[in-house]
Design a binder for this molecule. Structure first.
Ligand code: GDP
Ligand code: MG
Length: 344
C-alpha cells in the first residue's frame, strides 16, 4: 500500500507544483526544477535524501490549507486505489490532517515521513480489534468446539477448512470435518481428498442433502469419539441469495458454532467489505479469515473489512499449501502495508 501511495504523492508533486509556495524557490531549487537529476528525471525537486514530498520552499512554513487539501486528495485517491474502503479513508485522512494542523515543517523534516507516521498510527488503530486467540478459545470451551465457515463462492472456504484442521491438530486438538457444501458433488469430493491426505475424518452425506444435518452428524460423531473440534464447511452463497442465507441460518441454529468465521478473498477488493458486513447482518460472524494475501499487492481490503465489521481478523491465508495459514498479527500487516516496495 505505502509503495503505491508514495508513488502517487511524488507524482502529484511532479504534476502540480504547489502554486502558493510562501517563499520564492531558492536558486538551487529552480536549477533542480529546470535540470532534473539524471537518476530520477520525473522528480521536480530532488533533495539530498531524494525523499521529500514538498519543495524546499514549503519547509519552515505552515502548510497552506490549499496545499494540504491537495495533498490529502492525492492520499485519498491512493488509499482508494489500494482497496481501502471509504470510511477507513476518511478516518485516515482525518488522522493525517490532524498531524499537519498548524504544524510548521522545519527544514530537514520530511513531510513524507510525517504522513507515513500518521498513517501508520491510524492503520494500527484500525487493526486494533480485540484479538481472538483460537487455541485458547478452544481450550476454554466445552467439547466439541464447532467452527462454521461462511462466505461467497471461491473465496477459499474449503481450502481454509483443510488448513485450519492442520493448524488445530498441530496445536494439539483432534478434528473432524463436516462436508456442509452439499450443493456440488465436487465440493464433497474436494474435502474427502484433503481428509484422506491428512488422515482426518470427513463426515458427509450425498449431494443435495441438508447441510445442517451433515453438521449435526459431525457433532454427534465428535461427541461419541471425544473429538475436540468440528469444522463445518458450507456452500458459497451470495448474500442476495435468500434460500442460501436461510439455509446458512439453519446450519447456524442446528450446529450452534462457538465461532463463525467469514472467509473473504483479499483480491476481491471492496467487495469483501460489503460481503463481510452483509454476512454479519444476515448470519452473525465472530471473525474474519482473509485469503490470498500472497497475491494481494494492495492490502487495503483486510484493513477495511475489519474496520467496517469491527470483527477481528483471526487468520490470513498466504498460499495454497496446508501450512499457508497464519494467525493474524497486526504488526505483520503493518510491516506489509508499509513496506517500501510492494510485497508481491
Ligand atoms: N494463492 C492462494 N490461493 C488460495 C488461498 N486460499 C484458497 N486459495 C485457492 O482459491 C481457490 C478456491 O478455493 P476453495 O477453498 O475451493 O474456495 P471455496 O469455494 O470458498 O470453498 C482454490 O484454487 C484455492 O487453492 C490462499 O490463501 N492463497
Ligand atoms: Mg468450497
Amino acid at each position: 500500500m505505502w509503495a503505491a501511495l508514495k508513488a502517487r504523492l511524488r507524482r502529484r508533486e511532479t504534476e502540480e507544483p504547489p502554486p502558493t509556495a510562501p517563499e520564492p524557490a531558492s536558486p538551487k531549487t529552480r536549477a533542480a526544477v529546470s535540470t532534473p537529476g539524471p537518476r530520477e528525471p520525473s522528480r521536480a525537486v530532488p533533495s539530498a535524501a531524494g525523499e521529500e514530498v514538498f519543495s524546499d520552499g514549503l519547509l519552515g512554513q505552515r502548510l497552506a490549507e490549499s496545499t494540504l487539501d491537495d495533498l490529502l486528495d492525492a492520499l485519498e485517491i491512493g488509499l482508494l486505489e489500494s482497496d481501502v474502503a471509504l470510511p477507513v479513508v476518511e478516518r485516515l485522512r482525518r488522522d493525517v490532517r490532524k498531524e499537519f494542523a498548524g504544524r510548521k515543517l522545519r527544514r530537514g523534516v520530511d513531510a513524507e515521513e510525517v504522513i507515513r507516521a500518521a498513517l501508520e498510527r491510524g492503520v494500527r488503530a484500525v487493526l486494533a480489534q480485540p484479538p481472538l486467540d483460537l487455541a485458547r478459545s478452544v481450550r476454554e470451551h466445552a467439547r466439541p468446539y464447532v467452527i462454521l465457515l461462511v462466505g461467497v463462492n471461491g473465496t477459499g472456504k474449503t481450502t481454509t477448512v483443510a488448513k485450519l484442521a492442520v493448524w488445530l491438530r498441530a496445536a494439539g486438538f483432534s478434528v473432524v470435518i463436516a462436508a456442509g457444501d452439499t450443493y456440488r458433488a465436487g465440493a464433497i469430493e474436494q474435502l474427502l481428498v484433503h481428509g484422506e491426505r491428512l488422515g482426518i475424518r470427513v463426515i458427509r452425506q450425498q449431494e443435495g442433502s441438508d447441510p445442517a444435518a451433515v453438521g449435526f452428524d459431525a457433532i454427534e460423531h465428535a461427541k461419541a469419539k471425544h473429538v475436540d473440534v468440528v469444522l463445518v464447511d458450507t456452500a458459497g452463497r451470495q448474500h442476495t441469495n435468500e434460500n442460501l442465507v436461510e439455509e446458512a441460518k439453519k446450519i447456524r441454529r442446528v450446529t450452534s458454532p462457538a465461532l463463525t468465521l467469514f472467509v473473504g478473498d483479499a483480491l476481491s477488493g471492496n467487495d469483501v467489505v460489503t460481503q463481510a458486513r452483509l454476512f454479519d447482518e444476515a448470519i452473525g460472524i465472530d471473525g474474519l479469515v482473509l485469503t490470498k494475501l500472497d497475491a494481494d499487492v494492495k492490502g487495503g481490503a483486510a484493513l477495511s473489512a475489519t474496520f467496517v465489521t469491527k470483527k477481528p481478523i483471526v487468520f490470513v491465508g498466504t498460499g495454497q499449501g496446508y501450512s499457508d495459514l497464519q494467525p493474524f498479527d497486526p504488526e505483520w500487516m503493518v510491516r506489509r502495508l508499509f513496506a517500501e516496495e510492494a510485497a508481491v
